[in-house]
Design a protein around this ligand. Structure first.
Ligand code: SF4
Length: 339
């Protein structure tokens, strides 16, 4: 149970996350002005923004160093014209062929025993490397009736023991929607676990509020929250507090990072990230090689470099703080472990 102090502090933040979500920075000029950078030095075409708009929460900008084009957090959110230059054979709009595993709106059945639900069609941020940047969210936003079809699908397949809330970002959905969906799923006896993949506690830590904690605390499921954090500079005191609060009600807290060129492709930052996450009761889980989706090739780190980084981390960290290096391959029943 969350402590009374945590609950009191959190009540004040209960609605704040929605205000932040409704007031994201979407204009690159405004973004650069806030960060003391000259918009004239970086022309960004309308085509880039139309293909995948800029979206970033205002409070997150305080974690970015002003005047620094090379800031590792800025590079994750800043749209670049080079995203349009990558329509090559190796860059696919759907490299994981998720459309083949999408039998009905809102549901992806890619893995044995697990089902993935696209609970929210949007996120608190647009990460420029996102593997779902071309995903058909419009066709995967079920209404109540369509959710009932999803629940029927799960009810009829007794091999499914785990539901994964994904998106978009599932914690960009409102608490009522999350509670309703969870209660429907709890009535299916063969379901054991609820896993939530989310970047929102990192981008908008105010999202970890009293209703969210109560929801996670009250479910009959074993709960796993996998946060997505790529760089130690993403973790300030507000993130540490939010992750620590989550850890009071969630059974297992894990982190997944994407290995990104020029952002976190050095073992010093990755090791520091593991240490900082562990201080908030989060264990490193995956270090993910980039999915080769169209428009992200400039973030790609070679496999051999990924292996080297893991070796360097093993030299300075205990084994439980070294993430597994993985990549996802279309059609495979699980992530591929890179040894
Ligand atoms: S939070 Fe996740 S799904 Fe959303 S844009 Fe970032 S990587 Fe993509």
């Amino acid at each position: 149970m969350p402590s009374p102090n945590i609950k009191l502090r959190d009540v004040a933040a209960a609605e704040k996350w929605q205000q932040i979500l409704a007031d994201l920075v979407t204009d690159p000029k405004e973004l650069l002005q806030i960060l003391d950078l000259d918009p004239g030095q970086l022309p960004i075409s309308e085509r880039v923004l139309k293909a995948f708009p800029l979206k970033v929460p205002r409070p997150f900008l305080s974690r970015i160093e002003k005047g620094n084009w090379q800031d590792p957090l800025l590079k994750q959110i800043l749209p670049l014209n080079r995203e349009l230059l990558q329509d090559t054979d190796s860059c696919d709009p759907d490299p994981l062929q998720e459309a083949e595993f999408n039998p009905m709106p809102g549901l992806l059945h890619k893995y044995q025993g697990r089902i993935l639900l696209t609970v929210a069609p949007h996120c608190a941020v647009h990460c420029r490397y996102c593997f779902r940047r071309h995903f058909d969210y419009r066709g995967n936003t079920p209404d109540r009736r369509a959710w009932e079809n999803v629940i029927d699908y799960i009810r009829q397949d007794e091999t499914i023991s785990e539901v994964i809330f994904s998106g978009g970002d599932p914690l960009a959905a409102g608490d009522r929607q999350l509670i309703w969906l969870t209660r429907q799923l709890e009535a299916i006896p063969h379901l054991q676990r609820l896993r939530i993949h989310t970047r929102t506690p990192i981008m908008i830590p105010q999202r970890v509020n009293a209703p969210l904690l109560d929801w996670l605390d009250s479910t009959r499921f074993k709960t796993i929250v996998v946060v997505h954090c790529n760089h130690p500079a993403e973790i300030d005191q507000s993130v540490t507090d939010s992750l620590s609060m989550l850890a009071t009600v969630v059974d297992t807290m894990l982190n997944q990072s994407v290995l990104l060129k020029g952002i976190n492709d050095n073992s010093k930052d990755l090791s520091r990230l593991s240490e900082m996450l562990f201080s908030s009761n989060v264990l490193p889980y995956y270090l993910h090689l980039l999915d080769p989706v169209q428009g992200v090739a400039h973030f790609d780190v070679e496999l051999s470099r990924g292996r080297q980084l893991i070796r360097e981390m093993q030299e300075v960290l205990p084994g439980y703080l070294v993430p597994k290096l993985v990549r996802e391959e279309a059609g495979k029943a699980s992530k591929t472990l890179i040894l």
